[in-house]
Design a protein around this ligand. Sequence first.
Ligand code: COI
Length: 329
Amino acid sequence: MTDPIVAFDVRPDEMDDIYRCATSRNCEIVTRPASLSAAVLADVPHTDAISILGNSKVDADVMKMLADRGVRYLSTRTVGFDHIDLDAAREYGVKVAHVMYPPNSVAEYTVMLILMTLRRMKLVMHRAGIQDFSLVGSQGKELGNSTVGIIGTGRIGTMVAELVKPFGSRILAYDPLPKDSLQGVVEYVDFDTLMRESDLVTLHAPAAPENHHMINAEAIKKMQPGSVIVNCGRGDLIEPEALIAALESGHLAGAALDVVENDLDYFHRDVRFGTIRHRNLVLLRSFPNVLVTPHIAFYTREVVSAMVEQSVDSLLELRKNGSSSFDVN
Ligand code: COI
């Protein structure tokens, strides 16, 4: 008998797609809302194939535990895989796969945050909600008259460039691997030039160790006074203390952050009545010119279906062929 696939971190909105996949692929999928841990793993049927979200942190100890229990294939229903220790996966012989859902959801959301930041929408909406219809402090800047700096021109950064282009903005881009297909859309420049010349910097680089805190005090100092940052990439691209200092001093005019460092400790959960032990998140949320959203740029009907489908398919493919189209190791 074939082992079931066991999926952790499962949200209710994923269940329809999970049933659909189990039926159409003729496989059993056991689901758990909890994140992966020794306790929940002890409570599920034996399996060689596991699917998780970013809420499950798979460090070397967890990876060893998985391997000891016969898990050979691990798929994350996310594009990012910075929550998985790939060295440990190699050491313990666990094959890891991720998903590559279309970039549209995050790219469209980024453009929305770009416009909302330039038009000071947090302040405008808050005021309108309390019947303060005054204009003071709400004057915006036009996107078409702005220089937009895109850091990272992978699939999402590329789509952001293509969506922003018709507004008429000057678009600068920085990426160690420039793309020929973006000729005529962006002007590739070095990191310092991008930081110096952009009115708005939007981050789409992966959470690789070399990108950790790439937006630090030194980088922010290079930015023009009054410029803004948008981050729909990964929280740890920005050194939060440096961002907070630049907002406090007024050097930066604002930010829109769909991600902050260690955001999944709190995001995607209702913590209204809990204590938030994440001072940077609390501080950032408190600024009238900083829009914080809960790592939700990905969250569309289309993407949730793709996340589930691709994760299940890669586990089935790994079982059959030992490799899949979405392998990361
Ligand atoms: C990803 O797919 O990498 C994401 O950032 C979305 C995830 C947090 C559900």
